[in-house]
Design a protein around this ligand. Structure first.
Ligand SMILES: Cc1cc2nc3c(=O)[nH]c(=O)nc-3n(C[C@H](O)[C@H](O)[C@H](O)COP(=O)(O)OP(=O)(O)OC[C@H]3O[C@@H](n4cnc5c(N)ncnc54)[C@H](O)[C@@H]3O)c2cc1C
Length: 439
């Protein structure tokens, strides 16, 4: 049996490893267009800020590890340029070669959205595309003074954190009225104050053009213009389905439509990771959840099913953590604004509390819990101190479709340096009791 996997990132290498573990005698070939496999783009901002020195630490394992230890036929610098029902065409070492397959996995990830404004191809405008961009950004950042970042989703926020820590003059331009626009205004306001200490944050402002002779020198917006040495664009991503759309169906989100076994509409063809649509456990609808933990698990599940066993992927709750300087931020499930857009009638509670016992100077946590009118938990967001463990706790509850009572009665552990007897999550649940008529 010959299995072809397009893309050697988290999903592709998880699937390849699983298939070889179950079916050591099958030929599993991974085609990866860059020189890297099993790379972790999540580490890019930390490499740029100088948290670690060596670029190759962004890869969990290198291609030779997979070849020698797992017997996977890894082709790096090999871009799949065409695909048909039983073969694919690869450009490798300057030549086109055709490979036949019996089963296929799309694991092609996501691509940055383009700005589509005048002069967007000028030298010095960088998209956070892959880990190669990390090297470029770091090199440019070290010799630059003025850096403009377009977009303040979590990648824009993390890149702003990284380059401002290098002591650069940073301007962040965001079209929405708040940074991290998926979050509610109460949480985003806390991030806004923190960002304004370190960067020039421009909200409700739209980039309309770039200017410069040989390379970018200015970013022009609908309000003014900013001098710069280089620009990082992080305005979101789209599923990379350029090849897949030729032979399989896409879902409403534009990502590849899959079922719980991660099969596409064509027998023997699977999709996993950022290129694939999955299931949102909170909304109980298909959704495109382009994050690293779902990508790894989708790869694992696709691998098991490709190998001939049965395993279902239950979906994801869209949990995320990020930070800006000393502020931790996190979210799981839906914000109030997203829940209303989804058609829910919502109740919410926003609390500000110490995150530890009063005699520790750990600072505050600001936390918002959103539920529907029947008390079903829809989402939790937080900013401040001790965010990670609250989001971890809330993630487990949302995964199990818990309600506000479950949030109140979960006995989260109390230890004075890190938590409280009445944890901020529990206080928020108690506030919601009132709104839901629970005594
Ligand atoms: C800066 C940054 C920070 C992030 N931080 C986080 C975080 O903190 N937490 C989190 O959960 N997620 C984070 N993410 C998202 C996370 O990295 C992705 O969800 C994850 O990498 C998806 O894995 P994947 O295997 O689906 O895709 P990818 O890792 O993108 O892998 C896809 C691979 O396919 C290859 N490929 C594409 N087309 C072809 C072709 N035609 N032929 C051959 N190869 C091809 C690509 O080169 C790539 O290697 C971050 C992303 C970025 C960019």
């Amino acid at each position: 049996m010959r299995v072809a996997i397009i893309g050697g990132g988290a999903a592709g290498m998880s699937a390849a490893s699983r298939i070889k573990a179950i079916r050591p005698d099958w030929i599993v070939s991974v085609f990866e267009k860059t020189n890297f496999v099993s790379h972790a783009p999540c580490g890019i901002p930390f490499y740029v800020s100088g948290f670690f020195e060596h670029f190759d630490e962004l890869c969990t394992y290198d291609a030779n590890f997979f070849r020698s230890e797992r017997n996977i036929d890894v082709h790096t610098n090999s871009e799949v340029i065409d695909i048909s029902e039983n073969s694919l065409v690869v450009e490798e070492m300057g030549k086109e070669r055709e490979y036949e397959w019996d089963k296929l996995l799309f694991a092609t990830g996501a691509k940055p959205k383009r700005l589509a404004v005048q002069n967007e191809d000028l030298e010095g405008i960088i998209y956070v595309e892959d880990i190669l961009a990390a090297e470029k950004i770091k090199r440019l950042a070290l010799k630059s003074e003025k850096i403009v970042i377009v977009g303040s989703g979590y990648i824009g926020v993390e890149m702003a954190d990284a380059v401002s820590k290098l002591g650069k003059k940073v301007t962040v331009i965001e079209i929405a009225e708040r940074p991290l626009p998926e979050y509610d205004a109460e949480i985003a306001a806390i991030l806004k104050s923190e960002m304004e200490k370190y960067v020039n944050l421009r909200l409700s402002e739209k980039v309309v053009a770039f200017e410069g002779k040989d390379r970018v020198e200015r970013v022009v917006t609908d309000k003014t213009e900013y001098e710069c040495d280089f620009v990082i664009v992080a305005i979101g991503v789209r599923p990379n389905v350029d090849l897949a759309k030729k032979i399989v169906k896409l879902g409403k989100s534009g990502a590849i439509r899959t079922n719980r076994k991660l099969e596409t509409n064509k027998e023997g063809i699977y999709a996993a990771g950022d290129c694939a649509e999955t299931f949102n456990i909170v909304t109980e609808k298909p959704d495109w959840i382009h994050l690293a933990t779902p990508a790894n698990k989708m790869g694992y599940v696709a691998g098991v099913n490709i190998a001939g066993f049965e395993l279902e992927y239950p979906g994801a709750v869209k949990c995320q953590l990020t930070s800006f300087h000393d502020l931790e931020i996190g979210k799981v499930g839906l914000s109030e604004y997203e829940a209303i857009k989804e058609g829910y009638k919502v109740v919410s509670a926003f609390v500000t509390s110490k995150s530890s016992a009063k005699y520790f100077q750990n600072g505050l946590i600001h936390l918002k819990v959103v539920a529907d009118q029947n008390g079903k938990l829809l989402g939790v967001q937080a900013a401040g101190n001790g965010v990670g463990m609250r989001i971890y706790g809330a993630t487990s509850l949302l995964y199990k479709k818990a309600n506000v009572r479950d949030l109140f009665f979960t006995d989260f552990p109390y230890y004075p340096p890190v938590s409280r007897v009445w944890d901020p999550l529990v206080i928020a649940a108690r506030n919601l009791f009132r709104k839901l008529g629970i005594p």
